[in-house]
Design a protein around this ligand. Structure first.
Ligand code: AGP
Length: 611
């Protein structure tokens, strides 16, 4: 997620902007920049990397740090266009009179860019955001608010923006739709930010903009309008957070914050990627025509850890939905075993960081053998994203916690979209495709229902935190889900948790079962439930405590378990998503109960860049 800070008032703007960016640093980003209007000039400074790189770049702008006036600044988490100085915000219009910073995704930016280029506009970056600056310049007739409002009406997608102009010293225009903006009320000064964390050093009185709101902010005035350009009053909120809490949005750990972000991050993964008129998915970064896709005869998925588990779900989706033969490989195995890859083999490396050494090697092996490589990554411009050359970004925002949660669920959703598109490229009918598209769009709502169960899941987790061994079992799409749930538990609570196919227990592992070995059984009401009921009875017969995940309202399992976690009804393809959120919460609360360092577990790194 990117960060925005703006200031207008009598103090020097640059130090306030830099301090604000540092308070947004925890969100993770790859570049930063600022723009200041002072002494009749608009100055812009940008740098790739951390805020201290931006401070070093400021050295070339002697005197700028002392200037009072108004300014805006931004930390960028790349969604369109690799991390680079030209792609960093702020973006200026071609004449250099207007500067904007933007959080969000503009779905129709290519169309808008072509329109502006057709009128002779030249762009400096690969970003979607830059179109906003040039559209405002085109609409500007002396009123920056009116020009900004007219521009926002042309945008499809989401935005949180701040705008300054050399023609309006001391004035900031800000607006939001789908990406948060908060105004900080100072004494003889005012601020704008994407996150309260950037404001707390200056004020604790803030106004949260609603979607559609737009405002003119000066040192002594806040003129707030709604989407109909009608002046509105918004409540002034008083913030009593401490600074540390604000950085995690009042969550005790990044992992919990990222678990709770999943409805929004999955909405971001889906946004602009479903075509209801054709009952299919539209994945722009694939750069493969329907004819090229139709020649694919086999799919090989490669990944590690949670990304491997997501890939295992992809195997079910690609075979069952799209009818394409698919296999999944641990990337380290794939890179060394001399795999068979033909010209019509589609290779899909999956990697949140885009920097996992084994998965990078798998990309290189697949490319060397002439495979068609399309990557699933979260980090724009990462090594895997660049070397694959084609792919789909997750748009999940920075995943700070070492344990992957929101990236995993976004990987699964993108794989569902991918299978939908491939299915419609083959035998999936438009009506069946439309039905699946609607099921995918309903996922954020299902996850919100599971998140409301968090207190109950915590109560269960607190009672099981004392165990030192756990089994997670599932069938069908819930088998990779069981593996992911076991990984979550072991990596943050240090409990020895094993994921197994439910049918596999009786082939040996069942010898371990006794009252010290609880089993978490995924018994959602989807095909295979009757078989897993048998597996649960086998576990109970060995005195293992059983926690079952069940479909809400399904009482057939309750009487044979010690505890149940209820999941809203959904199809077998969708079931892994609300289920894994329950397992993420279970693992999180067990780890907290055991006093573990949840966000940075011992021995682990967020990205395994070595073999
Ligand atoms: C998952 O919680 C772990 N942090 C780890 O298994 C991770 O999924 C794995 O290292 C792969 O990382 P990547 O997705 O960045 O390639």
């Amino acid at each position: 997620m990117c960060g925005i800070i703006g200031y207008t008032g009598p103090r020097a703007a640059v130090p306030i902007l830099i301090d604000g960016l540092k308070r947004l640093e925890y969100r993770g980003y790859d570049s930063a920049g600022l723009a200041v209007v002072a002494d009749g000039r608009l100055s812009e400074v940008k740098a790739v990397g951390k805020v201290h790189q931006l401070e070093e770049a400021l050295a070339a702008h002697a005197g700028l740090e002392e200037k009072s006036g108004c300014g805006i600044a931004h930390t960028r988490w790349a969604t369109h266009g690799a991390p680079s100085t030209p792609n960093a915000h702020p973006h200026l219009d071609e004449s250099g009179q207007i500067a904007i910073v933007h959080n969000g995704i503009i779905e129709n930016y290519q169309e808008l860019r072509r329109y502006l280029e057709g009128k002779g506009c030249h762009f400096r970056s690969q970003t979607d955001s830059e179109v906003i600056a040039n559209l405002i310049a085109e609409a500007y007739e002396g009123d920056l608010l009116a020009a900004t409002a007219a521009t926002l009406e042309q945008l499809n997608g989401t935005y949180g923006i701040a705008v300054v102009s050399v023609r309006h010293p001391g004035l900031i225009v800000t607006a939001r739709k789908g990406s948060p903006i908060v105004i900080g009320i100072g004494k003889g000064e005012n601020l704008v930010a994407s996150d309260v964390a950037a404001l707390l050093a200056h004020t604790r009185e803030v106004i949260y903009l609603d979607d559609g709101d737009i405002a003119v902010v000066t040192a002594d005035r806040i003129d707030l309008r709604n989407v109909k350009n009608v002046p509105v009053e918004r409540e002034i909120a008083k913030i009593d957070w401490d600074m540390g809490a604000a950085e995690k949005g009042n969550f005790p750990h990044f992992m919990l914050k990222e678990i709770f972000e999943q409805p929004e991050t999955i909405e971001n993964a889906i946004r602009g990627r479903i075509d209801h008129s054709m009952g299919t998915a539209v994945l722009a970064g694939m750069n493969l025509s329907p004819r090229e896709l139709a020649t694919i005869s086999r799919i090989v998925i490669a990944g590690c850890g949670s990304s491997l588990h997501a890939g295992m779900l992809g195997e079910y989706y690609f075979e069952d939905i799209a009818g394409v033969s698919t296999s999944v490989e641990q990337a380290a195995e794939f890179r060394y075993r001399n795999p068979i890859i033909e010209p019509n083999t589609l290779v899909i490396p999956i990697s949140q960081s885009g920097e996992t050494a084994d998965t990078i090697a798998a990309v290189r092996e697949a490319s060397a053998k002439g495979g068609v490589v399309t990557a699933l990554c979260n980090v724009v411009g990462s090594t895997i994203a660049r070397e694959a050359g084609r792919g789909i970004y997750l748009h999940a925002g920075p995943e700070i916690s070492v344990a992957s949660t929101k990236a995993f669920s976004s990987q699964v959703v993108v794989l569902l979209l991918y299978a939908l598109m491939l299915g419609r490229n083959r035998r999936l009918s438009r009506s069946d495709g439309e039905e699946l598209a609607r099921e995918i769009e309903a996922v954020p709502g299902l996850i919100r229902e599971v998140l409301r169960e968090a207190p109950k899941i915590k109560e269960i987790a607190d009672r099981y935190a004392r165990f030192e061994d756990f089994f997670f079992i599932g069938r069908g799409c819930l088998y990779p889900t069981a593996l992911e749930g076991a990984l979550k538990l072991k990596e943050i609570s240090y409990i020895h948790a094993e994921g197994y196919h439910a049918a596999e227990l009786k082939h040996g592992p069942i010898s371990l079962l006794d009252e010290r070995h609880p089993v978490l059984a995924l018994a959602n009401d989807i095909p295979g439930k009757d078989k897993i009921i048998g597996n649960i009875q086998e576990c109970r017969a060995r005195k293992s405590p059983v926690v079952a995940v069940v479909t809400r309202g399904d009482s057939s399992v309750v009487k044979m378990t010690d505890d149940v976690i209820e999941i809203p009804p959904c199809s077998r393809f969708i079931a892994p998503l609300p289920t894994v959120v329950a397992l993420q919460l279970f693992a999180y609360y067990v780890a907290v109960a055991r006093g573990c360092e949840v966000d940075q577990p011992r021995n682990l790194a967020k990205s395994v860049t070595v073999e």
